[in-house]
Design a protein around this ligand. Structure first.
Ligand code: NAD
Length: 243
């Protein structure tokens, strides 16, 4: 690892960090998209064509999410935020809430949240663990047939991009965890951070599509490599603190 103290860390996480909790990733064998076609469930066009089918897909994912727990990798990143003397910002592509359940607080969900629903009529966003049907009324405006998952579908703009861009410009350590480097704009974050002078580290099961852009790589299951990397970072920060 680069011999310097890091003051601002930005961590990008993807589906791989939640895989060992039992949430299928997008592209791995047995992943979600072997069973569903993206165009049928994760685009605005699909929702317009068959809202009941799309809502049921997300109802099922929401129910599955309530049955799983954070793993050692989620806990390690929460510990890093708590104990690291510098700033730590987590940017996740995941729509699950496992980072929050593990204790992370400074977190941006750039692709939305499965446990939130939005009314396309009045814009109201609310938390729910319940199934959403085409007949479910919006709790704010009362309209039916206007509720949709508060997630970013293919062809839609991710949330909070300006805030993320600012953080990437100002970070000196960029970590990418469990992400394949194939979904943009997240896959391009390493380039922004690298150009801004950050040390870039990839923690993944295998080399991602953008692996060459990272200075350092640790390959293996997230529950092993993330806690080990965080432990190293915290140990080094203690040495810096004590001179
Ligand atoms: P992806 O499926 O494209 O890639 C997952 C990556 O994780 C792969 O590179 C794979 O090698 C790696 N991986 C698999 N198991 C791992 C493990 N045990 N430890 C470490 N790494 C492991 O996922 P992505 O890059 O996040 O793709 C982006 C899209 O996936 C986003 O739009 C995101 O919203 C969506 N997604 C989210 C969830 C979730 O919320 N948990 C689940 C599936 C997909």
């Amino acid at each position: 690892m680069k011999p310097q103290e890091f003051r601002r860390i930005v961590i990008l996480t993807g589906a791989g960090i939640s895989a060992e909790s039992g949430i299928p990733t997008f592209r791995d064998k047995g992943g979600l998209w072997e069973k569903y076609r993206i165009e049928d469930v994760a685009t605005p066009e699909a929702f317009r064509k068959d809202p009941a089918f799309v809502l049921e897909f997300y109802n099922r994912r929401r129910r599955d999410l309530l049955k799983v727990k954070p793993n050692a990798a989620h806990y390690a990143l929460a510990r890093l935020e708590r104990e690291y003397p510098g700033e730590v910002l987590l940017v996740t592509q995941n729509v699950d809430d496992l980072h929050e359940r593990a204790g992370s607080r400074r977190i941006i969900h750039m692709h939305g949240e499965l446990l939130k629903v939005r009314c396309e009529g009045c814009g109201h966003v609310f938390k729910t663990e319940e199934d959403i049907l085409t007949t479910t009324p919006c709790p704010s405006c009362g309209k039916k047939g206007t509720l949709r998952p508060h997630v970013v579908w293919f062809g839609e703009m991710p949330f909070h991009l300006e805030e993320i861009w600012q953080a990437l410009q100002g970070c000196d350590l960029f970590l990418a965890v469990g992400t394949s480097g194939t979904v943009y704009p997240a896959a391009g974050f390493v380039e922004i951070a690298r150009r801004a002078g950050a040390w870039c580290v990839e923690l993944n099961l295998e080399p991602s599509a953008v692996a060459d852009l990272f200075h350092e790589h640790h390959y293996g299951p997230a529950t092993k490599v993330v806690p080990a990397f965080v432990e190293g970072l915290l140990q080094r920060s203690k040495n810096f603190d004590t001179g």
